[in-house]
Design a protein around this ligand. Sequence first.
Ligand SMILES: [Zn+2]
Length: 792
Amino acid sequence: VLLCVPYSTLTSDTQVDVDDGKADLFDVNEGAGLDLFEGDILYDEREQKNSIIGDQYKWPKTVPYYLQDDLDVNAKGVILKAFEQYRLKSCIDFKPWSGEENYISVFKGSGCFSSVGNRRVGKQRLSIGSGCDRIATIEHEFLHALGFWHEQSRSDRDDYVTIMWDRISEGREHNFNKYNDSTSSSLNVPYDYTSMMHYSKNAFRNGTEPTIVTKIPAFADVIGQRMEFSDSDLLKLNRMYGCARSSTFLDTCDFERENICGMIQGPEDQADWERVSTVTGGPTTDYTNLGRCTGHGYFMHFSTVSATSGNKALLESRLLYPKRGYQCLQFFYYNSGHTSDQLSIWVREYDEANPNGTLRFIQTIDGPPQNLWQLHHVSLAVSKKFRVIFEGTKGSGSSAGGLSLDDINVSETMCPEHIWRVNNFLSVMETTPQGTAIYSPRFHSKYGYTFQMGLYPNGTIDYPGELGAFAHLTSGDNAVDASLEWPSAWKQITMMLMDQNTDIRKRMSNQRSITTDPTQVIAGSTNFYWDNPRKVGMEVTEADGTKYFRGPGLGTYVYLTQARARSRDFIKGGDAIFLLTMEDISHLVPSQPLPSTTTAKPNTSQPTTAKPETPKPETPKPTTTSKPSSPCDKVTCENDGVCVLDNGGVAVCRCKVGDDWWYTGDRCQFKGSTQDWIVTAVVASVCVLAVMLIVTITSVVCLKKKYKKRMQAAGDDIPYQHAAVALCLTRAPNRHWTRLKLMAASPEDDAVDRRPIRRVRSKSDTPYLAEARISLNLETGREQTAHVSDAT
Ligand SMILES: [Zn+2]
């Protein structure tokens, strides 16, 4: 931690709070004088009888959007970041409006608000007003647009919270409506105090006492979080939209399971990585659990104690199928070996010309051994089927430990650029004087500008108990600074406190972004805010005597409460990790292009009233999108089921292969009791005929397959589908065994495809469960069914 003391001070205001202390979107709306239905929902009384559960309120999985000109440039940048979180954590995607009948038009109204669900009104408005340009606020409003009400309006909320009606501001009681479960479905997900759709305890209060009291007191300060989607928010979103996978997530591994997430040992190396929970030379615990759970806590280790110099150990990820062409590999690395021991990252890329893959070097992780798990990011640019390879190399020196890996994530997202690790963060929060900032090292952005983050770990006089976070430009190399454009234009600086959960999809990291507006001036001065820090900043001296200039800061005094900073995995092993990035977003300054296929110009007027537009009659119109519609478009298969067309072209759901799912009714339900691979449900009836001595068994096989297109899209060219059937068998009387033949039959032409694929023999007197695995050739790309034929 670098503590920097101001060397001289400017008389002008050098720190601007973009939030003006407003911690929540409801405070922003209150400040804007808005009195909307439930604080931020556009609502038409006439719609009341309609159930929001209905499919007609859903958007397609890819939502068309239009960012109106009046939006702040910073807001536009944060909206795109929010979309990226949706892509990482759900199957919801967003695309610029290209003439679709219904789309979401984001504009700068007075406050933050949205309608609930797809109202099918053509242009549906969603406001990201002043003070709403925070990622969680935007995610919250889009969750409304996607069909979600507030969490505390669930029909069962009175079991979990007590609404203190006498403490609610007069006239604001309507914000605490609740809905019966035909209007708002909880989608079989328990009440979620951690939902980003929950009000905070002080919402719409008339005094100082909370309006919402949680039945479990421990959740009093948990409700109202505005960091990220909670696990349940995502579960509900993914259930409502039938998400089987998210679009930019590729892989995660904490090595807690013995199958090490399908990773493999390299074929041509001399040593292996071992799955261990402690190493004498360090680390003594993994990173996932840090030794908190006995019997758990594994990581991968390549011991360099006795290996021969030059020996290599390769750990290869399972096959990954990229779509975007750029990826971020994230992992924790512990080097307890010798300085000469090395970790290198490679990728093995596969294509038709190289079915066994071609190795491509990415980078070597440098640095001497250190007594801690360190976070690393490696940017990849792969567009073919690939594996990530961790190559450990034993160096020339003697070692008492080795190289260790844990908590790996691969996603098709941009890597954060800079890491600021604050050691002993709990103690920093407690011992830093109130109103005192600590500063990150200066980071050199790829645009040449140097910047840093200022952090108030122990709040300020006006905002005690809150972390404050500010971004500053700083002076860098003299010659470089002289060559840069001043004031700096449209650089978005993002300050993220990382939730160090193993799985990148479950992280509820807290982030705020600010953007350098080249027209902004310092209050009471003619100087530009983002001018050269040598001109508008103050000189500071670091502990080691280094001097530099720090420009004015832009940020917030209500970045995150200290209580929340202590929650989840924001602090792990005592340390907090801030991820800092500077991105040029000047491309967001011009207007978003209008669709070429339509002459309709989006209405850019700014409604200031809560009254929504009159909805158009909800008669279904023929779709105008270019993609041909499929009966599956209207079908939602729950629990990762996939929609396929049956023989008659009717859409039906099929369960996921490879997990324990039963297929019943309209959903796949978790079976939970059988072994891996058992996918099938069995109904067996045994008839023993006295004369014929033949057992007749009928079996219903629930067999799911990915249809061929999907397989090709995933790059999977194996035309076989593996499944398992379970049968109830009894040996026929007076026989040593009874034999069954499993046949494959094509629904189109029984005669052609019918062939025995497996024989099963029974030797038991009493009915018992027999299992058989079968593989079906799916060359046709159509569904095939496995039948159990008469026994012979
Ligand atoms: Zn809301």
